[in-house]
Design a protein around this ligand. Sequence first.
Ligand SMILES: Cc1ncc(COP(=O)(O)O)c(C=O)c1O
Length: 392
Amino acid sequence: MTLFDVYPLNNITITKAQGSYVWDENGVQYLDMYGGHAVISIGHTHPHWVKRIEEQLEKIAFYSNSIIIPIQQELAEKLGKISGKEAYQLFLCNSGAEANENALKLASFHTNRKKIIAFSKSFHGRTSLAVAATDNKNIVAPVNETDNIIFLPFNDEIALQQCFDQQGKEIAAVIVEGIQGVGGINVANDSFLQLIRALTTHHGAVYIADSVQCGYGRSGKFFSHDYAGVDADIYTMAKGMGNGFPIGGILIAPNIKPKHGMLGTTFGGNHLACAAALAVLEVIEQENLIEMAKQRGMYIINKLKNIDAIKNVRGKGLMIGFDVPEEIKDLKKKLLSDFNVFTGESKPNVIRLLPSLALSRKQADEFLEALNECIEEMKAPTPKGELEKVAD
Ligand SMILES: Cc1ncc(COP(=O)(O)O)c(C=O)c1O
């Protein structure tokens, strides 16, 4: 049997990981500024996380949601405390798409309406409604197509206001990333999120804060939406939540009432996943990682802004993006092949930095040094011999 070939792969096999480094099968060390796509929050194989999972594994790994699972409640309490959303309710699932799927479904149940507002360049996952609300036609199958999604331009307050003026009574939810990730690190304006809050409240719609990538402390606040001083009705989470152990969840405001059977999952909230998620929160708290992400992010962003060769540096905390001009378009590739640095990207020309929140100052400097050297090499005039070769 072969693997279903859907991923364009780097020809690298990683066999070991620790903190912000990974190693390939030949022992070559790489700096991980990509965090396995924003997933590594507390650092690879953090000892507390490993111990927590091992201890849980010895006791019980899984039982279904038909029994009381006290570690779920423990997780809910810790999450409420660290996120500041103590009055919210927690529903646990397994991935970001599933979190958004449940959030959208719940919004529709709650309002008894069908229309969803989503935005240009959004990414909400690959399951049916999540992908329909994603602004990328290439990944929407015919069966996922629906008239229930209204796409508006991101950060366009006038378009949003007009849409609610015309169709306010039909809108079940607005789903929005506080900082768009896949779309290229586009930060939602505070006033835009505040308008979403005001309009959804006024029209009885649900404000869904997709925090799958920009949440869990990555932005320097627990939820990037917190910068705007708003409380969403539903926060969706995954990626950093388990530091690589698959877990997702949604935080649900107290006015949205549950009903037995309304949502459900086999694996969501299993003992092992909850142990991993608790370990993550314990480390975030003990190591003050949200503040660390904020400080480290500011440091990196300021340094990047001084590099003339890259453009439009943006982001918050350790969710950073910049544009790569045509003349150094292979920057990401070369950083990996010649400098052993993993970074993320957004097509066509954005580099995304999504490292562990525990990235040290020394590692940040190591990255900046590699980046500067890499750019210097790429901009250096082609040696004469090379030119002649090209001319031939
Ligand atoms: C903002 C956002 N929402 C949802 C998802 C989907 O998450 P998953 O791949 O865990 O289904 C992603 C994944 O990149 C994401 O960035």
